[in-house]
Write a protein that binds this ligand. Sequence first.
Ligand code: FMN
Length: 161
Amino acid sequence: MIEQRLFRDALGQFATGVTIITAAPEGYAPFGVTANSFASVSLDPPLVLWSLQKSSDTFTAFEKSSYFAVNILNQQQQDLSNQYAKKGSHDLDDNHFTDGQTGLPLINNAIVSFECEIDACHDGGDHIIMVGKVVAMSGFKVHSPLLFHAGKYRALASLDV
Ligand SMILES: Cc1cc2nc3c(=O)[nH]c(=O)nc-3n(C[C@H](O)[C@H](O)[C@H](O)COP(=O)(O)O)c2cc1C
């Protein structure tokens, strides 16, 4: 049996980018949740995934949604990451998003936003794994990403070769 705190700390050694996953199903205001469980899955068809804690306040709203958008944050978007990682703080501020091609709310100035149609949901223990088919991509620019490692935000550094 692995001690849970130690397991968490060990997993935290895997450095990731940071995203805000957004959605706006019928009957809900546009909302977002900070997530670093994002991963690319397939190029053809274009598939990505992320996982959501089943205990999240946003769980029911995501269950009602057939779409989600992945917004990859840049290095200057730490405040946004913190804001949408707070419990009870998932409704998007009007000045933080613009509607995308499918009507999904997309985070302004993100490095890139992927609008996805939910392709499959898999049980993942205390999380649900959502696989999305990318139906639109917008805002793509090369920019320094916001990184997360061992519970802290980090910035990219180049290694001398
Ligand atoms: C950098 C970072 C990454 C996170 N990644 C995830 C994630 O992949 N999946 C998830 O369900 N929650 C993730 N969270 C937690 C949520 O953003 C949020 O804190 C949590 O959902 C709050 O509880 P609530 O959803 O019940 O309001 C992350 C938080 C931070 C700060």
